[in-house]
Design a protein around this ligand. Sequence first.
Ligand SMILES: Cc1cc2nc3c(=O)[nH]c(=O)nc-3n(C[C@H](O)[C@H](O)[C@H](O)COP(=O)(O)OP(=O)(O)OC[C@H]3O[C@@H](n4cnc5c(N)ncnc54)[C@H](O)[C@@H]3O)c2cc1C
Length: 596
Amino acid sequence: MPSYRAPVEDTLFLLEDVLAIHRYDNLPGFSDASSDVLRAVLSEGGKLAGEVLAPLNLSGDREGCTRNADGSVVTPKGFKQAYDAYAAGGWMGLSVPEEFGGQGLPHVLSTAMQDFVSGANLALGMYPGLTQGAIAALLVHGSQAQKETYLPKMVEGAWTGTMNLTEPHCGTDLGLLKTKAVPNPDGSYSLTGTKIFISAGEHDLSENIVHLVIARIEGAPAGTKGISLFVVPKFLVNEDGSLGERNGVTCGSIEHKMGIHANSTCVMNYDGAKGWLVGQENRGLNAMFVMMNEARLAVGVQGLGQSEAAYQNAVAYARERLQGRALTGAKNPERAADPIIVHPDVRRTLMQIRAFNEAARALALWTALQSDIAHRSQDATERQLADDLLGLMTPVVKGVLTDRGFANAVEAQQMFGGHGYIEEWGMSQFVRDARIAMIYEGANGIQAMDLIGRKLPKDGGRAMMAFLTEVQTFIKDHGEDEAMKPFVGPLQPALNDLQAAVMWLMQNAFTKPDHAGAGATDLMHLLGTVVLGYMWGKIAKAALAAKAEGRDAERMEAKLVLGRFFMERTLPETSLRLARIKAGSETTMALSAEAF
Ligand SMILES: Cc1cc2nc3c(=O)[nH]c(=O)nc-3n(C[C@H](O)[C@H](O)[C@H](O)COP(=O)(O)OP(=O)(O)OC[C@H]3O[C@@H](n4cnc5c(N)ncnc54)[C@H](O)[C@@H]3O)c2cc1C
């Protein structure tokens, strides 16, 4: 059976040494996250992930969810107890303000926990994950009464949350939505329509389910300008906070799908269900974007989690599996063959995955830290820079971490040869589960379009300029340091490729938008590769400092080797990406639809 161990020590190193989060002790919640607290929180979280959630991953995949004739949904054996343990541990409200029952700790800590949970059991982690997204949306856009009604129960884990956007004819293009909201005399609305693919739409883990639903108020404009957001509880809530009658929302069916079998993906039927407007009329997408942005980062972390879990199992197998001899002579002469980890091609695969995972974890945490700064800093300049970087990196974290996460799950499966293709080893589950992260929360092609069409030109390109300057400054500050040369040297040409791509797009894509569309995915991966290289620069700097202090020398040396591997073997991909972007869209768009 596959296993999972949360990367607690690596995460602590990233938070304290690489990101130096104690520098931000002036921000609300940060001074509560002392070194001791960080260690205690992450160790407990790691224990929950490794000992409670991970053992249910394979059985949950096999058993899946079942829908009863009355529309109720049963989750796999053990899920309720595991969910209760998660809720009882206070994980749901780790970074939610204390006034709503949370602990007010930095969001970056929640992100670290999402990484552990996603690696341990992606399907199970989605139930609380969606709840956290719904909490975030209500915190920003809910009325005081809505916050008081829903948040404490959601933070406690007694109620869970969902996000209802998709309809059969309307996925990426939300402007097509048909779900209708009719105002009632008491200020509520009656919602009617069908939503599909709703994760955690119905289940047996919580007492109530709080659906956040987009719909069009009768008479509202067509397209995205007429979308409003509503909160629609499964059970109506009485004045005193107790649960009242069942609302008119039911699960019509659950999907049979490629992966995340243990997460219920529901068709939700709204038949005059009672809902209440969240935020302003016709401004629903703005409100939903809070949840979507939060969810996009969380989904990126899902890609990393699957990559990490698949990697850990591939390494364990590569140490055990005996096949062939090392090219340089037997390493295990007393046995019939050497373990496959001696083979350079096997090592190439394992190194590639791990070099990605460590930098991707740094990127996810660095981006979460920008979110903390953007929301908690008193300094307007600092807030703006952090918000710019957060916006720029959101599609990169979502798109690149999930594209690579899936590719890495496939590579890790490859380490098992034919056994990887057999279900009992569990490697196929990582591949199947990782696949969804590339699709939902905006398919990755849409993330790339968001980057090139919105995030790049926003405010005259301010966010990209800030990022380019930050990396250039890092190169300048460390370029003369002999020990940093293997990390800083290769970063400069990669940064030049990124600058050249941005320049080419500025000169060519405004007049010909197809150039932007055709180059979008390459730009997303080009920026992703550069920022991962930058993360390796930061990791190397911290590892060198730790080594000089005599801390954890062997582990730090391994990081420096992994960093050099990334610089030598992954970073050069930037030139390929640049070449593709500069090829423009002529050939991409040349064939007629019939000629395909
Ligand atoms: C297991 C699962 C769970 C899900 N959970 C939820 C949930 O909880 N809540 C919810 O609301 N939804 C959920 N979804 C829906 C998911 O977010 C959508 O499937 C996704 O946004 C894509 O929409 P679509 O399937 O209609 O594809 P389409 O929008 O039809 O897109 C098809 C393809 O065309 C591309 N494309 C479309 N438009 C453009 C464009 N303008 N430019 C370039 N490329 C384009 C897309 O990238 C995609 O590759 C879930 C889906 C699944 C499968």
